[in-house]
Design a protein around this ligand. Structure first.
Ligand code: PDD
Length: 285
């Protein structure tokens, strides 16, 4: 049983309770973060907290904590857990309301929640084989840049992958790649890395940034631009990235092999760079 944080209190996760009139429960009116923790050190914490701030501003909710307060409460939850590698979850909702009403309450008392779970990154076997994905039309709203808790569309889209025995759903909107149901997607073609630009149609992934930084640092040619659906189906390599999956090769799309049907050589390089980077950052503290 791990320790959770709820509205100023530290308590066992199973004891954490939120009122049924919470706007997070009734409307999905809230935002969240998922932060990987390696050897009890949060990875890219400042960046995750900056994105949380942007998501809060995007839904017009004041940040209930300073960055130092967030760091201290995260530190306490992480220290109390039994695992060294963790996935810390933060959520802020617009809190409870007296009567059901879409409009914001006059006085908002946000619900602030944090918990931690063991971090389960892809196994060496999965890394070696890669995963299969399906493609689907991205029918989400037009503020996918906000990490909002209203994830019904993402859940329905991810389930399409699960129904097909696959790991992820690659989302296409109006003939272009956006992202995955819960990841960012990269294409490799003729030795070049292609990534959709950050805009309102995708979440600005923290792992996405790390991958682009590593590509630049190691001289891997890279194009951040609109990526056509046809370039996805025609890719030499396809990757998904997220805080919990890190970088993972997609080797089949809608039942057809991507490139050779195995994790490609560019993936192997990026995976190595990513692991080295992680080790270095964590050693430096
Ligand atoms: N999801 N796009 C979507 C829609 C996501 O849900 C996520 C991550 C990402 C990748 O972002 P990052 O690299 O910052 O993890 C992109 C998290 C892990 C989740 O909802 O569990």
């Amino acid at each position: 049983m791990s320790l959770a944080y709820l509205n100023g209190e530290f308590l066992p996760l199973a004891a954490a309770r939120v009122p049924a009139m919470d706007r997070g429960f009734l409307f999905g009116d809230g935002v969240y973060e998922v932060i990987p923790v390696y050897s009890r050190r949060p990875f890219r914490l400042d960046e995750h907290l900056a994105r949380l701030q942007k998501s809060l501003a995007g839904i017009r909710l004041d940040n209930p904590h300073t960055a130092d307060e967030w760091k201290s409460l995260i530190g306490r939850v992480v220290a109390a857990a039994e695992w060294d590698d963790q996935s810390v979850y933060l959520q802020v909702t617009r809190g409870p309301m007296a009567a059901r009403n879409h409009a914001f309450p006059k006085t908002v008392t946000p619900t602030v929640f944090a918990m931690t779970e063991p971090l389960v990154t892809p196994s060496p076997e999965l890394r070696a084989t890669g995963v299969a994905a399906v493609a689907a039309a991205d029918f989400r709203w037009l503020r996918c840049d906000l990490k909002a808790t209203s994830l019904l569309a993402n859940c329905l889209l991810r389930q399409l992958a699960v129904d097909a025995g696959c790991a992820e759903t690659v989302l296409l909107r109006d003939g272009f790649l956006t992202e995955g149901a819960a990841s960012n997607i990269f294409v490799v073609k003729a030795g070049r890395l292609l990534a959709p630009p950050k805009n309102h149609l995708m979440l600005p992934g923290i792992t996405y940034d790390v991958v682009l930084e590593l590509a630049a640092a190691h001289g891997l040619p890279c194009e951040v631009r609109d990526v056509l659906a046809a370039e996805v189906t025609d890719a030499d390599e396809l990757w998904m990235t997220s805080s919990t999956k890190e970088v993972l090769a997609i080797v089949a799309l809608d039942g057809r092999p991507v490139g050779s049907g195995k994790p490609g050589p560019v993936f192997a390089r990026m995976y190595g760079w990513y692991q080295d980077f992680k080790q270095n950052v964590m050693r430096r503290g």
